[in-house]
Design a protein around this ligand. Structure first.
Ligand SMILES: Cc1ncc(C[n+]2csc(CCO)c2C)c(N)n1
Length: 227
């Protein structure tokens, strides 16, 4: 059994909880409130900005050109393509994408980003791959599942979102998994334990991100600017 298969098995309860989450179910049945879509896009725009920077740190740790190329392509993907699913949410919510950019992070989004940044700064390339993998993996599986279950046609409000993530054949998930499997063959037991821990925490944080958007999560105390 490859290491990525082992990771996926351990994370199975979290993947299932994500599939069942009301935000994900809301994408399937088209029933999400405008504020929930807006909160998601505001937070995810900042999340993706951080993801790009984390890829930059990952590149600084690469020894092989192929690894640099893999991360570099992902930076371009986020900059040029991940805007499409965001635009889908914005259209349904009836707001301009530009209006949802530059907002402060909610607790769960901040937690997720800081988790990835810590591993990016402190970890090996294997640990970095493990901490980043739940991001493409959970979305790819959500997309495939929603295509099968909701079987959306072009009239579905989230057709673009679902097909964007579900129809990826040459998936980054596959690339990351084979690179992680290769890395794990040379890694010590201790490093593999750390990789597993980072992976599982990121899976939990993927769940928390959906929950944050669904519940419009905010900080407990609202602050006003001091004059
Ligand atoms: C919280 C959150 N998790 C995952 C994604 C999806 N996603 C973000 S970057 C990327 C490509 C990775 O190279 C993918 C698939 C998202 N938008 N927001």
């Amino acid at each position: 059994m490859g290491f990525s298969v082992e990771l996926r098995k351990e994370a199975n309860p979290i993947f299932n909880a994500i599939f069942e989450h009301p935000f994900v179910q809301g994408i399937a049945n088209g029933e999400l409130r405008k504020e929930q879509l807006i909160h998601y896009v505001k937070q995810d725009f900042e999340y993706l900005n951080s993801f790009i920077k984390i890829y930059g740190i990952a590149i600084s740790k690469c020894k092989k050109r192929e690894d640099m190329d893999m991360f570099n392509k992902q930076i371009s993907f986020i900059l040029n393509s991940e805007t499409h699913p965001h635009n889908n949410f914005c259209q349904v919510a009836g707001v301009a994408y530009e209006e949802l950019q530059g907002f402060p992070l909610s607790p769960s989004a901040l937690y997720y980003i800081r988790h990835m940044l810590t591993i990016a700064y402190e970890g090996t390339l294997g640990e970095i791959l493990a901490v980043l993998l739940p991001c493409p993996w959970t979305y790819w599986e959500i997309g495939k599942k929603l295509i099968n279950e909701a079987n959306p046609d072009r009239s579905h409000p989230f057709y673009q979102w679902i097909t964007f993530y579900g129809n990826r054949t040459d998936s980054i998930t596959t690339k990351f998994c084979s690179r992680i499997d290769e890395w794990a063959k040379e890694a010590t037991v201790k490093e593999k334990e750390k990789m597993k821990e980072h992976f599982l925490i990121s899976c939990q944080l993927e769940y928390m991100f959906w929950d944050m958007a669904y519940k419009l999560e905010k900080w407990p105390v609202q602050l006003e600017a001091v004059k």
